[in-house]
Write a protein that binds this ligand. Structure first.
Ligand code: NI
Length: 162
């Protein structure tokens, strides 16, 4: 089980590096990411959240298989947007409504080094966009307008100190 870092940790605020080589350690790392996400009751987890400087994230929605996205690139997003309440394992206890594109097309590699392209909508699209943001050092609260962001952050910091 990997340790999840929370808001304020530098790993959450920087652009992660692409995975250069699909070494033999990658499938085991991906397994650890899955375990950590599941134990944390999350539906997505990005490598920077476990303090690994890699462009890797995993998803695990109810009713969907576990998915890994290595060196992902967002190919396209829909002009239509959707509203969901988001949370993040690195900001425990904080949930806010956020608008993002409703559909996303993404290209990535799996743990065996095989490339794939996926078009997702609904909650999977939402999780992909949220986790992909982590690889660029962007948190979901950074997508709020400044006054909403400040309010959400103040609420989180108040709670996390209790
Ligand atoms: Ni998150």
């Amino acid at each position: 089980m990997l340790d999840i870092v929370t808001y304020g940790h530098e790993a959450l605020a920087k652009k992660a590096k692409p995975l250069g080589e699909f070494g033999p350690d990658i499938p085991a790392f991906v397994e650890e990411m899955y375990e950590t996400m599941i134990k944390g009751h999350g539906i997505g987890l990005a490598a920077p959240q476990v303090n690994r400087d890699l462009r890797v994230f995993v998803t695990g929605l109810d009713g969907d298989k576990l998915r890994v996205f290595i060196n992902p690139e967002i190919v396209a997003t829909s002009p239509e947007e959707a509203d969901y309440e988001e949370g993040c394992l690195s900001l425990p206890g904080l949930y806010t409504h956020l608008t993002r594109p409703a559909i996303v097309k993404i290209q990535a590699w799996n743990e065996k080094g095989r490339p794939f392209t996926l078009e997702a909508d609904g909650l999977l699209a939402r999780v992909i966009l949220h986790e992909n943001d982590h690889l660029d050092g962007v948190l979901f609260i950074d997508r709020l307008n400044p006054s909403k962001r400040d309010r959400a952050l103040a609420q989180y910091l108040r709670k996390s100190r209790m």
